[in-house]
Design a protein. Structure first.
Length: 256
């Protein structure tokens, strides 16, 4: 299902590090987010709350799922946000065709990154610390994100990218229609937010975007513990899915 004409990039996932205080014997629930999938496997939500792409005829991608640690089941103590999925749009807001226009927003940070704004589409915003991302101003708007869940991309003419999962998920991308006969293109989704309020010495780094097509690199990828392919933003219209998440835990006992 390769089609180089439709290459847009999904946003890469966020990076979080810090110290989390726990009571000895506490059971941890670990969620390792799944990478967003490209066409034709893009209309399934990913583990960790990555939103599905719109069910159109284009080459959009689903959003990446969040990675999280829970001390109480169902409540994230720490979250690293997933990136928004790639869209299918080929035209910028001035109507000029350009590969990479329909990119998804980066995951992570206190507010996830927004998607591009292409022809007749509004940006899909990232999730914040209190609300999911939204998409407005498109011919067909994507669905808003919710806590832990990215929004679904719009479906009409061409599918739009799904929102990244996060503490609050990014919005699904919207679709802009234009021309006679009518044509359409879909934006990427917004990125999901990270959550670090329970960490001391916290590091909260947002992922990256790629506005030229192809994959988006992961943040902090020179760390010696980084594993190749983790958290990358996949390339829509290709065989390059987004990268899965990774959680590394080290334990330092308290000496009394």
């Amino acid at each position: 299902m390769w089609n180089s004409t439709y290459i847009n990039s999904g946003g890469s996932g966020g990076y979080v590090s810090g110290n989390l205080t726990v009571v000895p014997g506490t059971s941890l629930n670990i969620i390792v987010g799944g990478g967003g999938k490209v066409y034709p496997n893009n209309i399934v939500s990913q583990y960790g709350g990555g939103g599905s792409a719109g069910n159109g005829t284009g080459y959009s991608a689903g959003g990446g799922g969040r990675s999280a640690i829970q001390l109480t089941n169902g409540i994230d103590a720490v979250t690293a946000g997933g990136g928004g999925g790639a869209g299918t749009h080929l035209y910028n807001s001035s109507g000029t065709a350009s590969v990479g226009i329909g990119y998804g927003g980066a995951g992570g940070g206190l507010t996830g990154g927004s998607s591009s704004a292409a022809l007749n589409t509004g940006v899909a915003t990232g999730g914040s610390q209190t609300t999911g991302g939204t998409n407005a101003g498109s011919t067909y708007n994507g669905l808003s994100g919710f806590q832990f869940l990215g929004g679904t991309g719009a479906s009409n003419y061409a599918g739009a990218g799904g929102g990244g999962g996060g503490y609050f998920g990014g919005a699904g991308g919207g679709i802009g229609t234009f021309g006679t006969p009518t044509k359409g293109g879909g934006n990427g989704g917004g990125g999901g937010s990270s959550y670090v309020s329970n960490l001391s010495s916290a590091i909260n780094t947002q992922g990256n975007i790629n506005s030229s097509g192809g994959q988006a690199t992961a943040p902090n990828n020179t760390d010696p513990n980084y594993v190749s392919g983790v958290a990358i933003g996949g390339a829509g219209g290709s065989t390059n899915n987004g990268g899965n998440g990774l959680i590394i835990i080290t334990y330092t006992p308290t000496i009394v």
